[in-house]
Design a protein around this ligand. Structure first.
Ligand code: FAD
Ligand code: NAD
Length: 410
């Protein structure tokens, strides 16, 4: 008898933890587990704003997949998914042979949502993956190098301007990292710090929409203290090679030249969301057991999925915490189906809270209803990171990658 094949797409938070959980709960003879990811490494998306600003090295946020799975239990395929053929139960890959599946776990993560804004795709940078974060870091460094290359006395009038589009958590965390990086960059290139502007543009009247207002105000004041300027109630209207056009309450305004980092929102991976499976705003509204509607053998996790909060009736935000919690319920449900059961577990998440870093010296958050700021919030952020490293199952990871050295130990 051929073993049923479980194919997991994506080795982000949701995918890698589902693979690890399945290798634990299933016996060898029960199923073949295949994990597909476009890179040989798993990366910590929640640290990408730091690598993008250049305040943390790439190696610290990536972990070889082979180090965290049991290769005798999980077959890892390094390839890029190009298509899921629902009817044929087949996944087409960029390089290798197509993979058929009996059970599919889709965890392909997010992509940047551009809302049709002209020029964002072509001319703005977005924090999306390790490679896109690396591109941002290189671009920032190149802008400084170019600026410094101007001959003394012939400097252009304009300033070195970085525009961050959106003051959600990504925009705020990135702005703080960039502000922290600036003194070093200015010193290295001999540029007066006053000639560098970091401008956060937010369409809403306040930052961190939906977060505790006092905590959001604390974050804003902290960033302003670090030299970040805010343009609230102002929208990015378009971006082009020369700069960016803003829509303010009084009319249009042009910032030129400017390097634009777009942090205006995310959507599910369009490869499967909308294309193969019906999705609203790029996310597939899953059933209570995390299966795609009408698909008995397809589970959708992480940022590709949408789960309603029963209390508010609105979807939970796409966060790693949710992806992590989904992975264990999904693995249990897949195991139940493989064993011929039909009584699947309902996914009822308990979200503990949110903590956002404001550079390496400060943070802000709300955990179990308790508001945190400063050192306490920083320690909580470090605990969250450490806990995840432990989930990934290697004490060595904790020493190599954990933030003990940056956060807790001076
Ligand atoms: P991802 O982590 O995006 O993983 C998707 C995986 O799929 C990746 O490995 C990718 O390489 C792979 N992949 C994509 N396309 C293909 C393809 N075609 N073929 C093969 N493989 C593919 N959430 C929190 O809860 N707390 C935080 O502090 C937090 N901080 C954040 C900071 C930043 C800067 C950002 C951008 C997000 C943050 N989030 C945070 C949100 C969180 O990162 C996401 O919700 C989480 O990464 C979603 O996990 P996932 O497994 O669905 O997808
Ligand atoms: P987001 O959707 O949370 O925020 C995007 C912001 O951009 C919004 O404030 C929106 O008003 C603004 N915006 C949209 N269009 C605009 C325009 N044209 N001009 C100016 N502003 C515009 O997106 P995000 O910050 O990328 O976060 C994505 C997800 O990741 C969220 O669920 C978030 O909670 C999560 N996240 C969590 C953390 C954390 O917990 N520390 C950190 C980063 C991200």
């Amino acid at each position: 008898n051929k073993k049923p094949r479980i194919v997991i797409l994506g080795a982000g938070y949701a995918g890698i933890l589902t693979a690890r959980r399945l290798q634990k709960v299933l016996r060898r003879d029960e199923a073949e587990i295949v994990l597909v990811n476009k890179h040989h490494y798993h990366y910590l998306t929640t640290w990408l704003h730091e690598t993008a600003a250049g305040t943390v090295d790439d190696e610290r946020i990536s972990i070889p997949i082979q180090d965290v799975i049991d290769p005798t239990r999980v077959r890892f395929v390094k390839d890029t998914v190009v298509e899921v053929e629902k009817a044929a139960q087949r996944v087409n890959l960029c390089h290798g042979e197509p993979l058929t599946y009996d059970y599919l776990v889709m965890a392909l993560g997010f992509e940047s949502a551009t809302f049709g804004i002209a020029g964002i795709k072509e001319h703005a940078l977005a924090i999306r993956s390790m490679n896109s974060a690396r591109k941002i870091r290189h671009t920032i460094e190149a802008r400084f190098a170019d600026f410094a290359r101007q001959k003394v006395g012939q400097e252009k009038e304009e300033q070195l301007t970085f525009v961050i589009g959106g003051a959600g958590f990504t925009g705020i965390e990135f702005a703080a990292e960039l502000a922290e990086r600036l003194p070093g960059l200015c010193q290295h290139h001999g540029i007066d710090r006053r000639r560098v502007q970091v401008i956060n543009v937010e369409g809403a009247p306040g930052i961190l929409n939906g977060f505790d207002p006092a905590m959001a105000e604390y974050a804003k004041a902290t960033l302003e203290g670090m030299g970040v300027q805010f343009r609230l109630s102002t929208r990015i209207q378009s971006v082009d090679a020369g700069g960016v056009t803003l829509q303010t309450e009084t009319g249009e305004e042009r910032l030129e030249p400017a390097t634009v980092i777009w942090t205006g929102g995310v959507q599910g991976n369009s490869l499967v969301c909308n294309e193969t499976f019906a999705a609203a705003r790029g996310r597939i509204a899953v059933e209570k057991d995390l299966r795609a509607p009408g698909c008995g053998n397809v589970f959708v996790l992480g940022d590709c999925s949408s789960v309603d909060n029963r209390q508010t009736g609105r979807p939970y935000p796409p966060i790693a915490q949710l992806a992590i919690l989904q992975s264990s319920v999904c693995a249990e449900n897949v195991a139940t189906l493989i064993r011929g059961g039909s009584d699947l577990k309902e996914f009822v998440p308990f979200i503990k809270g949110t903590v956002a870093s404001l550079g390496k010296q400060d943070a802000v958050g709300e955990v179990f209803g308790v508001k945190l700021r400063g050192k306490l919030a920083l320690i909580m952020k470090a605990i969250i990171d450490i806990r995840y490293m432990i989930m990934l199952g290697s004490p060595r990871l904790l020493l190599d990658k954990g933030k003990l050295s940056t956060y807790v130990m001076p």
